[in-house]
Design a protein around this ligand. Structure first.
Ligand code: FES
Length: 139
């Protein structure tokens, strides 16, 4: 876990099937909106920023589809870079030596939490002025 940062609820544990579809979630990467995704690999929950190391674009073929047909590697839908689903390391293709950005996750009591880091933060929800106003609408 990262720097004592508070865990952020990601999903229920039973939403992550072994080598199944990923659970996608919003976050801030270097203060910019981005997405992360979680998978279950060999029984363990893992999560990465949904951003290819080749060109900074999202990886999934369809929302939540990150793995190849044999469910062995994460494959980028754009140019086919392959990543280890257990570590995020590049296994082949145009990602070169670069891997996916790892997000720390922890499972507890049937729930999966992710942990912010120096580069990755939760989205802050702004209720906006209309949500806090107690003034009635003008006729
Ligand atoms: S953008 Fe992912 S392999 Fe090129």
């Amino acid at each position: 876990m990262s720097d004592g940062a508070a865990g952020q609820f990601l999903c229920r544990s039973d939403e992550l099937a072994e080598r199944g579809r990923g659970v996608v979630f919003d976050l801030l990467l270097w203060r910019q909106p981005a997405r992360g995704f979680a998978l279950r690999i060999d029984g363990r929950a893992v999560a990465y920023v949904n951003r290819c190391a080749h060109v900074p674009t999202e990886l999934d073929w369809n929302p939540g589809d990150f793995l190849d047909a044999e469910r062995r590697t994460i494959v980028c839908a754009v140019h086919g870079a392959q990543y280890s689903p257990a570590s995020g390391h590049c296994l082949g293709g145009p990602c070169g030596r670069n891997g996916l950005i790892v997000i720390d996750v922890h499972e507890s009591d049937g729930q999966v939490y992710w942990y912010p880091s120096r580069d990755i933060a939760p989205i802050e929800f702004d209720d906006g002025p209309e949500a806090t106003s107690t003034e009635p609408c003008a006729p």
